[in-house]
Design a protein around this ligand. Structure first.
Ligand code: CTP
Length: 404
């Protein structure tokens, strides 16, 4: 679990956070979150749905936020004090924690049937949801479809975590811990975490020519590398994305260097010096020794291709002088932790992210573990965009500690 850092907390000073609560047993954790937000210097206004008030009283939230709690959409007195449009304008960040399946469904379809949905619909600030629900409700195809709609509307997802649930089930759907939610809120304002840094990222597969029309490659979609590039841009970095063929849209404000083979990728990396080098690409370990100049025609029953080792791009950059802060990825099908730690050591990396190759390739949601000399942390399954943000936050934190 990530702990709060003083740097992250200073970013919440004087920030206006609108904390929305939906009904659910996890609502009690929102009380602690409210206390932490106020403690970090944020101004907090609380909006509670009817369901939320069944689990925790407005009086508790009023005492913790130091502000009257908002519950009604159509109450003239309440609207006169601070109506839904004013609340939406007031907020620098809206966080709904816990967010129920019902709330996600209503929000995904643009409903404004109560105060919280109306405020969210009228928002001008980033909106983050911290879902909390039974694992079957979370995994249900309708909830997943609503999640897709919300993410495509730019709504941020904080969690959910996986584990034992109040109902006795085990699985995804737990509200993140208040300290983690606090950290994620702080990160929304820490936009300059990588300001002034040049980040070079490799992504996608490489293609190794057999002849002019055929090649050897792998199933890498490039999605993770592109998400990491987008998150680094969001954190203020100047980003060069050196990518094998993917067909993915290029993130805004990022310099794309398209490459095909591992040798092309190495040459591009060597001509783009970086402060931080993140190797997400699934580089082909071998290439055809002598690609045929013309298309190979079929004749013999057997064809042998002679393969030679490709250079290890990441190890080459990690061995260069001056060397950037080097981050690798290890996609493994077994012995994940051991292999990842061995790659961290042998390639002389500053950090490595390890994931399950089979669960990850081409999927939008994946979990990942980061290892660095003397430490590790695991991120629960979440969208690649969210994972990438958390990975960039960790890289920025670790690289500044290493600099110092
Ligand atoms: N990598 C690289 N150049 C290569 C091979 C890998 O830059 N020729 C980088 C990848 O981008 C990734 C990390 O090294 O960040 C780990 O890659 P992986 O293929 O999992 O490891 P390998 O060292 O190739 O080991 P193996 O294939 O035996 O698992």
């Amino acid at each position: 679990m990530m702990t709060s850092t003083p740097t992250a907390l200073t970013t919440l000073q004087n920030k206006r956070v609108l904390l929305g609560l939906c009904g659910g047993i996890a609502a009690y954790k929102a009380a602690e979150l409210c206390r932490l937000l106020v403690g970090a210097g944020a101004e907090v206004q609380v909006v509670m749905t009817k369901g939320a008030q069944e689990f925790i009283t407005p009086l508790t939230m009023q005492a913790l936020s130091g502000q009257p709690v908002h519950t009604e959409l159509l109450d003239p007195a309440a609207e006169a004090a601070m109506g839904h449009i004013q609340l939406a304008r007031w907020a620098d960040l809206i966080l709904v924690a816990p967010a129920s399946a019902n709330f996600m469904a209503r929000l995904a379809h643009g409903e404004a049937s109560d105060l919280l949905t109306a405020v969210c619909l009228a928002r001008r600030s980033p909106l983050a949801l911290a879902p909390a629900m039974n694992q079957a409700m979370w995994s249900n195809a309708t909830t997943m479809a609503n999640l897709g709609l919300l993410e495509s509307a730019g709504v941020l997802m904080f969690g959910p975590a996986s584990g034992a649930q109040a109902c006795g089930d085990v699985g995804p759907g737990r509200l993140l811990e208040p300290s983690e939610l606090l950290q994620l809120c702080a990160m929304q304002f820490a936009t300059g975490a990588l300001a002034g840094k040049k980040v070079v990222i490799t992504a996608g597969p490489t293609r190794e020519a057999i002849d002019p029309v055929r090649y050897l490659s792998n199933h890498s979609s490039g999605k993770m590398g592109y998400a990491v590039a987008a998150a680094a841009i969001e954190a203020g970095a100047e980003v060069v994305l050196i990518s094998g063929p993917t067909g993915l849209p290029v993130p805004d404000r990022c310099q794309l260097v398209p490459v095909t083979s591992a040798l092309d990728m190495l040459a591009a990396c060597e001509s783009h010096p970086a402060d931080i080098f993140i190797a997400v690409a699934a580089v082909a370990d071998y290439r055809v020794a002598r690609p045929a100049a013309a298309k190979i025609k079929k004749s013999a029953e057997e064809l042998t291709l002679n393969l030679v080792r490709n250079p290890d791009i990441l190890a080459t950059i990690a061995g260069s002088k001056p060397r950037p802060f080097c981050v690798g990825f290890a996609a493994e099908t077994e012995h994940l932790a051991d292999y990842a730690k061995e790659k961290l050591r042998s390639k002389k990396l500053d950090m490595i992210f390890a994931n399950d190759a089979i669960a990850t390739f081409g999927n939008d949601a994946a979990s990942i573990t980061a290892y660095w000399p003397g430490g590790e942390t695991t991120f629960e399954p979440q969208s690649k965009a969210q994972l990438a943000r958390r990975m960039i936050a960790l890289i920025s934190q670790r690289s500044s500690t290493t600099d110092a």
